[in-house]
Write a protein that binds this ligand. Structure first.
Ligand code: NAD
Ligand code: ZN
Length: 678
């Protein structure tokens, strides 16, 4: 049951969390204290509701709140063993839970419980962190807020920080909150409205002070040659570089990418101070796991050619990895978790934008958002003073914190196709849509391509949101359209790992009836179309250096000879031989090429719905609706073949088990002996 205290807290959290000026994604936490009746004793009991570990304020729901007994939580002060062992207190929170306790209590629970105020907000606003990371943050806090907001020197989040803030509140009864050095803000109030109003006042007052007092060009003067390229050129260069950069970011483990070319990013990269500031790295504790301590920055102007940029990026990737390993070695102790990989998670390219990476699209996008927050913070801090993030050793302590490591270890195992980016052609319906759906269910991100943008987008929306599926228009017989489709995959998800050549159509005509135009259409869409798609995708697969799969949906008709099928079956045979040719050619890049030979897939197939089915039904003297069952009776297994059965074969071919198979065709036809492969 939602209590009024919890409901009020959730509403406040939504208001604060939905505005990015107030806090970063999943950053910060809010709490409320109140009295309920203890169901065991019937007596009143004081409780603390606080946002639990993980989750985002903007979308917080009741199960995201931890509920603790305030008396027990506060009693922890008496057993607190000191700052060296403060991490042990997180496990102790579990002994303070009320009822089932809701979400797991976060490290910030102490701050919320120990501060003597009914309502507490802890937030990570860009404006507040700008003050918190200014070299003279303490003096600035006094100048901006007088004695109403108190400076708290940097301390890693935990029990001791909670004790510090509680003491500050007690010693400064006039104060409404504090600036936490290197980190964020905390505000409190007797009512929910008061806490919220004070949070907003601190955030807006800091922002107004920066706006009024900032020096004119906080990132320095514009650098000659580093201005943003015009949009079209910028996107084309991003697409041309994307595969190489994803490969660089995926040397330790494969990553999904996100591309941002916002004004904030482009302006930062266009100015003289960006190399110095980027090297200083981020500061807010949320950032290190998501963005690493610092980004990789390409040190070439916007006009640099793709070739020169690729060559330089590859050099910089080597030094980035060496630097990161050295950073780990400088700070790791025998108890530190193992290094989590030395690849950059954020790569900045002047004139073009920011590439950010993560284990899935959402994580990659949030890494980009976090770095945008970092740029805003640096602009504010440099405008008033000098940006001075926390020490490298403290960054390391947070990045390799045992509690964070434990959280990572608790994550569920990734799905078999996690991080893989698929392009499925002709995927608005039939076999293509079923395949796209299956790939997404197994963890892949999918570009759904088809002739009609509207239908491709509708299929993508049905399969999942933009973090897993995007729809694009692409006629596979048009080389420029195919390149645009592959570029769209690179810009949407970072690259391509898996191509399904599925687009097709079927005209059933005798040799004498088949026109030149019929022949050309069939061959343009299937033989030429899959050639063009394989070629454009292979460029990306090779640049990435991450292996990959190309799968052709050819047909039983690629080997079976029957009347009235010259154009369709000939082009299917062409596709089938492309499988073998490309398997032989792309193997050196770790790319497997395989095919599926379906037959008699009536349900859901546009080919059958658009006349071919009626024609076949008439030929066989059955009703069109019974055609699937009719075909089933002709098979050895007497089973009807559905689009999902083709999708199953695609998954097996690109999934975790068939790692050593290339150049294979898998019949999915319920058994047709005339089409047996030998
Ligand atoms: N249905 C079967 O029994 C069967 C049997 C063997 C092979 N196949 C093959 O499976 C594939 C999918 O067939 P389906 O049965 O799902 O048919 P379908 O008509 O439902 O799907 C084919 C899709 O390809 C798209 N398409 C057509 N021309 C295109 C072009 N130039 N560029 C991009 N997209 C284009 C169509 O819009 C359609 O969405 C085809 O290659 C087909 O030859 C199907
Ligand atoms: Zn925080």
């Amino acid at each position: 049951m939602t209590t009024s205290t919890a409901a009020e807290l959730i509403a406040r959290s939504h208001r604060l969390g939905s505005d990015p000026k107030n806090t970063n994604y999943a950053g910060g936490n809010t709490s409320a204290k109140g009295t309920e009746t203890d169901p065991v004793t019937g007596e009143p009991v004081e409780l603390l509701w606080v946002k639990g570990s993980g989750g985002d304020l903007g979308t917080l729901r009741e199960p995201g709140l931890a509920v603790l007994r305030l008396d027990r939580m506060r009693a922890l002060v008496d057993v607190y063993p000191g700052v060296d062992r403060e991490d042990e207190m997180v496990a102790a929170f579990d002994y303070c839970l009320h009822g089932k306790g809701g979400a797991a209590p976060s490290i910030d629970t102490a701050m919320h419980g120990l501060v003597d105020a009914a309502h507490v907000d802890h937030l990570h606003p860009d404006s507040g962190i700008a003050i918190a990371t200014a070299a003279d943050g303490e003096a600035l806090t006094a100048t901006i807020f007088g004695d109403e907001v108190v400076w708290v020197p940097w301390r890693r989040p935990g029990f001791q920080l909670g004790l510090d803030i509680a003491e500050i509140k007690e010693k400064n009864p006039q104060a409404v909150g504090c600036i936490l050095g290197g980190h964020g803000i905390t505000a409190w109030g007797d009512t929910s409205e008061e806490a919220e109003a004070r949070s907003l006042w601190i955030i807006d007052t800091a922002a107004a002070h920066i706006a009024e007092h900032s020096r004119p060009e906080p990132f320095g003067p514009a650098l000659e040659g580093y201005a943003a390229l015009p949009e079209e050129e910028r996107r084309a260069k991003a697409a041309a570089l994307g595969a190489t950069i994803r490969g660089i970011a995926s040397q330790d483990r494969p990553m999904v990418g996100h591309f941002t070319d916002s004004e904030v990013v482009l302006d930062f990269l266009a100015r003289s101070e960006h190399p110095r500031l980027a090297a200083l790295g981020t500061s807010c504790p949320d950032h290190f796991l998501r963005t690493k301590v610092k980004p990789l920055v390409l040190d070439l102007p916007a006009s640099a050619s793709v070739e020169d940029s690729v060559a330089r990026l590859r050099e910089l990737a080597v030094s980035y990895r060496e630097d990161y390993q050295a950073y780990y070695d400088r700070h790791a102790t025998p108890d530190s978790p193992a290094i989590r990989g030395a690849d950059p998670l954020v790569v900045l390219v002047p004139g073009v934008g920011m590439f950010s990476y993560g284990k899935d699209k959402q994580t990659a996008r949030v890494a980009g958002e976090f770095y945008t927050n970092a740029i805003n913070v640096m602009r504010g801090a440099e405008g008033l003073s000098t940006y001075a993030p926390i020490d490298e050793s403290e960054k390391f302590r947070i990045e390799y914190w045992a509690l964070e490591e434990a959280k990572l270890q608790r994550m569920p195992a990734p799905k078999p196709l996690a991080t893989r980016i698929a392009v499925v052609t002709g995927a608005a319906g039939g076999i293509g849509k079923a395949t796209a759906k299956r790939l997404v269910a197994e963890g892949a991100c999918v570009v759904v391509a088809d002739l009609s943008l509207e239908k491709a987008q509708a299929a993508a929306a049905e399969i999942g949101g933009p973090d897993v599926a995007v729809g694009v228009a692409a006629d596979v017989s048009d080389e420029a359209a195919v390149q645009a489709m592959v570029d769209a995959a690179v810009l949407a998800f970072g690259g391509v790992d898996l191509v399904v050549n599925n687009a097709g159509l079927s005209l059933s005509k005798s040799l004498l009836e088949t026109t030149e135009a019929d022949w050309d259409l069939q061959h343009n869409v299937m033989a030429k179309g899959s050639f063009l798609v394989s070629k454009a995708a292979a460029r990306v697969l090779i640049d990435q250096g991450m292996g990959g799969d190309v799968i052709y949906i050819s047909s039983k008709n690629s080997v079976f000879a029957g009347p009235h099928n010259i154009a369709y079956s000939a082009t299917k045979a062409d596709q089938a031989h492309q499988v073998r040719l490309l398997a032989a050619e792309l193997g050196e890049h770790g790319v497997k090429v395989n095919g599926v030979n379906p037959d008699g897939v009536v349900a859901g197939s546009g080919i059958f719905a658009s006349g071919w089915g009626a024609n076949r039904a008439a030929v066989y003297g059955v009703e069109e609706k019974d055609l699937g069952k009719f075909y089933a009776q002709r098979t050895i297994l007497k089973r009807e073949v559905l689009p999902e059965h083709i999708a199953n074969a695609v998954f097996v071919l690109c999934g975790p088990d068939l790692t050593h198979t290339t150049g294979l065709h898998v019949p999915v036809d319920a058994g047709v002996s005339a089409a047996f492969l030998r």
